[in-house]
Design a protein around this ligand. Structure first.
Ligand code: FAD
Length: 304
């Protein structure tokens, strides 16, 4: 997307319309599936760079992730990216999943280590016949299928298991050296965390795009819970904005849109031109925030 928006009323030329991508999780029930497809159909005309579908660590969503990706490929013009973890799985199983994706036409994998069964923070032990790390997984995907684009994770507040920022960025460097072409960050609410992280990453000679992962806060308690598990901080100012709104979904939604729109618009003002949205399979907030970024619907459905 390269359109340049017209000047705003204060005379400032708005930045180029950013590129976006969306993340979904595979549905568990028929109702969740219908809801996901309503969401996909609402967001598809925004012509995202790609849409990704998460994978349950250890393979718990293996078939559901695959069928969601396959349906996106056959029923839309969207480019799917399949998440894949290597924790708790022998290499052969992981390689099979990659080969199956390649066979149906998937050319983008988000390669991750994943959390051990005990959850984030419990000790990670590679499977006896498995990949030792996410960097090994990236190398193996690129070796077997050089035409697959590989995206990896990045942690502006460092991963909770990392001994230090340096150790964390060493891992990102290893993933890039193994062939990763893009990183998507864990969500964050304080933009300074992202910019400081970007400085560290660039100082280490890592040049790939580090795409900010944006989580519109649909539900504050749930987001706080995610943040706790992921080692991301929830600023006090954010908690204050949602104070007293537990039983007021309508106002919560307006506040959430204002918060996330403020975050992305500030990032865009500082030159960020690509955003990845954690949609939680819901379209409304993400659609509104994309609109505020200057993105307008285009037809993304395949002609019948
Ligand atoms: P890595 O990048 O391999 O490691 C992260 C950091 O942890 C490293 O920087 C390193 O310093 C440290 N570290 C790693 N291994 C060790 C070790 N053995 N000892 C000490 N330190 C270590 N999870 C899912 O289950 N499914 C998904 O689909 C999914 N999608 C994600 C998408 C994004 C964009 C992000 C940011 C995360 C996602 N996750 C997903 C979560 C992810 O699996 C967890 O955060 C997991 O704990 C780390 O996996 P990783 O590939 O990010 O780790």
């Amino acid at each position: 997307m390269t359109e340049v928006a017209s000047p705003s009323p204060d005379g400032h030329r708005a930045p180029k319309t950013p590129a976006i991508s969306f993340e979904f999780f595979p549905p568990k029930t028929e109702e969740m599936e219908r809801n996901l497809w309503d969401t996909i159909n609402r967001l598809a005309p925004l012509a995202p760079n790609f849409v990704s579908v998460t994978y349950g660590a250890g393979g718990s969503t293996r078939e559901r992730t695959h069928s969601t990706i396959a349906r996106i490929l056959t029923e839309t013009s969207l480019t799917p990216a399949a998440h894949l973890t290597c924790v708790d799985a022998p290499r052969a199983d992981v390689d099979d999943v990659v080969a199956r994706y390649h066979e149906v036409g998937v050319r983008h994998i988000v390669a991750l280590r994943g959390d051990p069964a005990g959850g984030i923070g419990s000790a990670y032990t590679p499977h006896a016949q498995g990949y030792r790390s996410s960097a090994d997984l990236v190398a193996s995907i690129k070796q077997a299928h050089s035409d697959i684009e590989v995206t990896v994770s990045a942690y502006p507040e460092r991963h909770p298991e990392s001994a230090s920022f340096d150790a964390d960025i060493d891992m990102l460097k290893a993933k890039v050296d193994a062939g990763a072409g893009r990183a998507i960050t864990q969500f964050f609410f304080d933009n300074d965390l992202y910019f400081r992280y970007l400085d560290r990453v660039r100082a280490r000679g890592i040049e790939i795009p580090i795409v900010p992962g944006i989580l519109p806060v649909q539900n504050f308690k749930q987001a706080a819970n995610f943040a706790k598990r992921a080692g991301a901080s929830m600023p006090d100012w954010l908690a204050q904005k949602f104070e007293g709104l537990d039983d007021d979904a309508e106002t919560r939604k307006l506040v959430a849109a204002a918060v996330a729109a403020g975050q992305v618009q500030k990032l865009a003002k500082h030159g960020v031109d690509t955003f990845h949205f954690y949609t939680m399979n819901r379209a409304d907030l993400v659609f509104a925030i994309s609109h505020l970024l200057g993105i307008r619907p285009k037809s993304a459905q395949k002609a019948a």
